[in-house]
Design a protein around this ligand. Structure first.
Ligand code: FMN
Length: 190
């Protein structure tokens, strides 16, 4: 019987149907080596964080589900757009919900291998967004992987309208990135 490989949960920070970041996430799943399994976890159903909801009604089911998927994952891949030189609110909101209550942070995020990639229609390929995630990843006690960067700029020239990755250079960079991150995830063995 074959064992299930370590799972990397992948989140896209865009809810847009034709999102380049979700297209990049799908390509990352395809390019990941067989030593890991990359699963897309949607954040579409995550409501806006409200401490009153948490206190009075507890955790909404989509939050509970996402939290347990991350808690039992071997790694986390954030595929994040850049909004106004920083992180997109919807993805930060999802991570904020999952970080509650603070006493659960070590169980859910402690020592979790994390990588951040992203696609932008601009020329800088989400570099400022990726940097803006760093204090969040530190606050949560994760173990970010820094050995490679993947900055997809001019995304409208890299993906077709149907979201197919057609740029050979980006394809190679993504394959190398996923190979490196997968090796790190397996080595950390969370
Ligand atoms: C509110 C907002 C702010 C944006 N700010 C930036 C930015 O700071 N840098 C950048 O490169 N692109 C910026 N963009 C453009 C995004 O790169 C572009 O919309 C991209 O396609 C979003 O990702 P998606 O295709 O996955 O939805 C912004 C877009 C929005 C909607």
């Amino acid at each position: 019987m074959s064992e299930t490989p370590p799972t990397i949960i992948a989140l896209s920070g865009s809810l847009r149907r034709a999102s380049y970041n979700t297209a990049l996430l799908r390509a990352a799943i395809r390019k990941a080596p067989p030593e890991v399994r990359v699963e897309h976890a949607s954040i579409e159903e995550i409501p806006l964080y409200n401490a009153d909801i948490e206190a009075e009604q507890g955790f909404p089911e989509p939050v509970r589900e996402l939290k347990e998927r991350i808690a039992s994952a071997a790694g986390l891949l954030l595929v994040s757009p850049e909004y106004n030189h920083s992180v997109p609110g919807v993805l930060k909101n999802a991570i904020d919900w999952v970080s509650r209550p603070g006493s659960d942070i070590p169980r859910v995020f402690g020592g979790l291998p994390v990588a951040v990639i992203g696609a932008s229609q601009g020329r800088m390929g989400t570099v400022l967004s990726q940097a803006a995630w760093l204090p969040v990843l530190r606050a949560l006690g994760t173990r970010p992987w820094f050995e490679a960067k993947l900055l997809v700029s001019s995304a409208q020239q890299v993906f077709t309208e149907a979201g197919e990755l057609t740029d050979a250079r980006v394809e190679k960079e993504l394959t190398d990135f996923m190979t490196g991150f997968a090796a790190f995830v397996v080595e950390q063995g969370r």
